[in-house]
Ligand binder design. Structure first.
Ligand SMILES: [Zn+2]
Length: 211
């Protein structure tokens, strides 16, 4: 990955920590489905980078041309051969097509991209009765985009309408010590919140007790 990006492990830690923090504020149980879903979601937006964790597994060669050919071909195939009656596959087709045609940190990190991911996962959740898992994946995707919004490079939130890069007033430097400090701070914040909330501590202990 580029020097401007968080490591995939940092994205997973952000996702899981904020999932645990959120469970303090809204009354959701911490579950395996939730944690696995958030972990998967944390990796999804970087499917637009040939050397990302997801593409290491999917692509035969990790370069931009191969990535574009594979994503565009698969996307077109799904759109054309689903014939409009398999709504979920058509949405997936468009996501793959747009990902193949767009640059890193544009479509998959934009409001349009998040909207399409949401539609896809909402449908999958209902079709296969796995809403807990798919909601957690959406949460992981949003957390990933928020984390990238905090970096120097920022994100193209309104892509394709605008190619303006958006970033927070204060940014975090990625890679090396800067990223490590942020990751450790978030872990400590999570521990602090969990320990400070007897309800959440109870939830976490009952989750660990069931493992
Ligand atoms: Zn990213």
């Amino acid at each position: 990955m580029e020097g401007n990006d968080f490591n995939f492990k940092s994205h997973i830690i952000f996702g899981v920590c904020f999932y645990v923090i959120l469970s303090t504020f809204i009354d959701v149980e911490i579950s395996y489905y939730g944690i696995i879903g958030v972990m998967i979601g944390s990796l999804i937006p970087d499917m637009d980078h040939p050397k990302s964790k997801i593409n290491n597994k999917i692509l035969p060669f990790q370069n931009k041309i191969v990535m574009m050919i594979v994503y565009v071909a698969l996307g077109c195939y799904l759109i054309l051969y689903s014939r409009g009656d398999k709504y979920t596959l058509v949405i997936l087709g468009f996501i793959l097509l747009f990902t193949g045609l767009s640059k890193h940190r544009t479509f998959t990190h934009s409001l349009v991209g998040i909207g399409l991911f949401y539609m896809l996962l909402w449908n999958i959740g209902i079709q296969y009765n796995v809403k807990e898992l798919t909601n957690a994946v959406v949460f992981g995707i949003i957390l990933h985009v928020i984390a990238d919004f905090l970096t120097v490079k920022g994100i193209q939130l309104f892509y394709p309408a605008s190619k303006k890069n958006f970033k927070f007033i204060m940014t975090v430097s990625t890679g090396g010590i800067g990223e490590l400090v942020v990751v450790v701070a978030i872990i400590l914040l999570t521990i602090n919140i969990v320990a400070g909330s007897p309800m959440n501590l109870e939830k976490l202990l009952s989750f660990l007790g069931n493992t």
